[in-house]
Design a protein around this ligand. Sequence first.
Ligand code: NAD
Length: 454
Amino acid sequence: MIHEHRVLNPATEELVATVPATSAAEVSTAVARAAEAQRTWAALAPADRARLLRRFAVLVDDHGERLARLEVTEAGHTLGNARWEAANVRDLLDYAAGGVERLTGRQIPVPGGIDITFLEPLGVVGVIAPWNFPMPIAAWGVAPALAAGNAVLLKPAETTPLTAQYLARLALEAGLPEHLFQVLPGAGDVTGRALVEHPGVAKIVFTGSTRVGKEIMAGCADRVKRLTLELGGKSPNIVFADADIETAAATAPMSFLDNAGQDCCARTRILVQRSVYDRFLELLVPAVASVVVGDPSDEKTQMGPLISLAQLERVRGFVPDGADGIRGSAPTGPGFWFPPTVLTGVAPDAPVATEEVFGPVAVVLPFEDEEDAVRLADATEHGLAGSVWTRDVGRALRVSRAVRAGNLSVNSHSAVRYWTPFGGYKQSGLGRELGPDALAAFTETKNVFISAEA
Ligand code: NAD
């Protein structure tokens, strides 16, 4: 059994920290303490809970640069991205704090009395986070769950526990009750599994691979435990001949190279209408070549390393030697580097065209017309995100509505914004996070009827 995790800097392979792993028995203790803290928290006036969460947000803002630097060191994120991520945690806390005093039920007309609904907190919520966006993805669950009156136990990924631990210290400093928000580093099949199986954990929020998501879903079924799943993606970037081809080609590289492609919304299937296919490829070559790959702590860097050797080997496994396509450059020497790669001439049903690679690898496939584009876009088990490039507003609407994915963007690659709901169709997930209903996902609706006749 693993008792500690070694955290490596993915750009240099240097040891950054060793972090003790949480055993199943320690998870039980954490659940009991969290349950007690949750009762204190839920009993506070909503305005006081909101104030404490805002104070937490202010501290995250004050410590933003340190959090960002820590993310660069443990996850290999570019400094620009990591700064955005720390600011995103601050914004998520502020947004959730704004919901505390607005978490209202309904009054429903019924005969013989009054009917009212309450949105009650669930109790203790388990958030199991991945390594690809350790801070924001943790906060997608933590912020609204706390705001809705719950306690949270966060299990970070083995490779990236440090920013999570830092955030928990800031929560305490802000004045949140002790044990209300605890970070439990550890292995997925020990610490994560213990959270899934513990009867005192009312809901699991999981982001990660579809394979583990299915296991967790099965584990939750036993207790009908509440569950939100954010799983993989294989998102299309659909470019029609009537689009602004120059902008579509210029923006395509970073739509799958951001975070070295370790992004569930990465637009890794570039579908281009056949009449502009050659022109698009011509424009894509310099666009890929211009992406700055290197030291993530350099402000000019656009793409850093992959998270680990295991991830590097997985990505290599998808790209056949000598495959046709476009390649950028990447550093050699220590670190888990893979160059930007766009493959052409790939069969639409090849694994690299249908499975989540989670690395800086995309394929370009031609299509004939609108119907063909939608068919190709939907030809995977995933349905998380997608982009549509066209100047025809009717086509933009038709295609966005037709593609079976949760988050579409037109003439842009935007996917995750904390104001709007986020989640997947098909095997990309279950439930929605973020947006105006984020807090409600951490509540049970209770209905109370009061007789006027007694
Ligand atoms: P993973 O699904 O194994 O890990 C995600 C989280 O789940 C981690 O915290 C891990 O410790 C935990 N976990 C693992 N097994 C568990 C179990 N049995 N019970 C409870 N928790 C468990 O992901 P990974 O191995 O780190 O990455 C593998 C692939 O998953 C990637 O290549 C990528 O395709 C995909 N992935 C997707 C996302 C996403 O945002 N959709 C994020 C990370 C990874």
